[in-house]
Ligand binder design. Structure first.
Ligand code: FAQ
Length: 313
């Protein structure tokens, strides 16, 4: 089939909302965009384990420790589904990891901030997982089959994460004055970085228009950010804590909350690698990879031995 017919067939599938599968023909830029987005997403999951892992040993009760442990394990699992989905596009996992370690591949800006108190575990679950779900539920309908299917499972687990985070916040907010202060302080520090998770404003977003046309993204960055603000404000009211934005107010005409200006300079600085914890996070991933070399070598040696035995039999 000539390239024009292949393109027509691909576009027809996109228009009819028929999933694109790994063996289907696809434009090179569609493949590249997916590799970029899915790998960034996978890296975010495994880097995202680091700020929370910091609190597993210091969780205030056995119940909290078990939940934190399960959550961080889920994130490792999400990374694995996503790396597998990405590999179906014809790239090796090792290459993806090299790109993370060299700083070539991005991961979510949010994981470059430190987790200073136990309340940060609550704020991350409530806000960071909340923002992640807002962005990821529409990805369950992404046009690329393996990505969309991975997202279905991821979203179910993220929704548990969001609830456990909100419950931590609720417990703190119903606790002592000091606990409530901790919850407010965590909200103050995590609110704006959570809004940045949705990416640059639509007017500055390089990929949104094309990704929407290809059915990878179903909503723009600004649309999802607005939805997130709209659901979060009543949740903060229920907790009895205040979102740190003096411009946040209901706009009757728009049927949405208006909110203040995001510090875009901070966002672009963080994604360029200059956030408070960028170096620490990438170093931790690099060390984990290097320290795991013996496991990869042992697994390869075992597979070789097994293959030789089978040949001899
Ligand atoms: N951080 O043109 P756009 C989670 C980059 S998972 C860093 O708008 P696009 C689970 C972007 O890559 C969180 N970089 O890009 C969890 C591009 O750079 P490039 C991760 C960002 O792709 C919870 C440039 O800026 N979720 O949290 C960010 O159309 C708790 C221009 O941007 C996903 O990855 C950012 N925030 O839209 C784990 C979801 N935003 O490559 C542990 C899937 C933008 O041209 C604990 N991804 N950039 O050099 C997406 O939906 C999209 O990729 C967006 C960005 C919306 C993130």
């Amino acid at each position: 089939m000539d390239i024009k017919s292949l393109e027509d067939r691909f576009n027809e599938k996109i228009d009819k909302d028929i999933r694109i599968e790994p063996k289907d023909w696809m434009p090179e830029n569609y493949r590249k965009t997916l590799i970029r987005q899915i790998s960034q997403h996978a890296h975010s999951e495994i880097v995202g384990m680091l700020p929370e892992a910091n609190w597993i040993t210091r969780a205030p009760s056995l119940r909290r420790k078990a939940a934190a442990l399960a959550k961080v394990q889920d994130e490792a699992g999400h990374g694995l589904y996503l790396y597998s989905a990405c590999e179906t596009l014809g790239i090796e996992r090792d290459q993806l990891l090299q790109d993370l370690h060299s700083g070539k591949a991005k991961y979510s800006s949010i994981f470059n901030y430190p987790t200073l108190t136990w309340a940060d575990m609550g704020a991350i679950g409530w806000l960071v997982d909340g923002a992640a779900i807002m962005n990821q539920v529409p990805l369950c309908r992404a046009s690329y089959g393996p990505y969309a299917r991975a997202m279905v499972r991821v979203c179910k687990e993220e929704s548990f994460h969001q609830r456990q985070g909100f419950e931590i916040m609720l417990t703190l907010c119903r606790g002592s004055e000091e606990q409530k202060k901790m919850a407010q302080d965590a909200l103050n520090r995590w609110w704006w970085p959570s809004l940045m998770m949705f990416g640059p404003q639509d007017k500055d977003s390089t990929h949104t228009e094309q990704s929407m046309r290809w059915g990878i993204k179903r909503f723009t960055n600004d649309e999802l950010r607005q939805k997130f603000v709209d659901v979060s404000k009543p949740q903060a009211d229920l907790l009895g804590i205040t979102i740190p934005d003096k411009d946040l107010k209901w706009n009757e005409e728009r049927g949405h909350y208006d909110f203040g200006e995001i510090n875009w300079e901070e966002f672009f600085n963080v994604i360029k690698g200059n956030g408070p914890c960028n170096k620490q996070r990438v170093d931790a991933r690099r060390n984990a990879y290097d320290n795991g070399a013996w496991v990869r070598e042992a697994a390869a040696a075992h597979a070789e031995k097994k293959a030789k035995k089978q040949q001899a039999a």
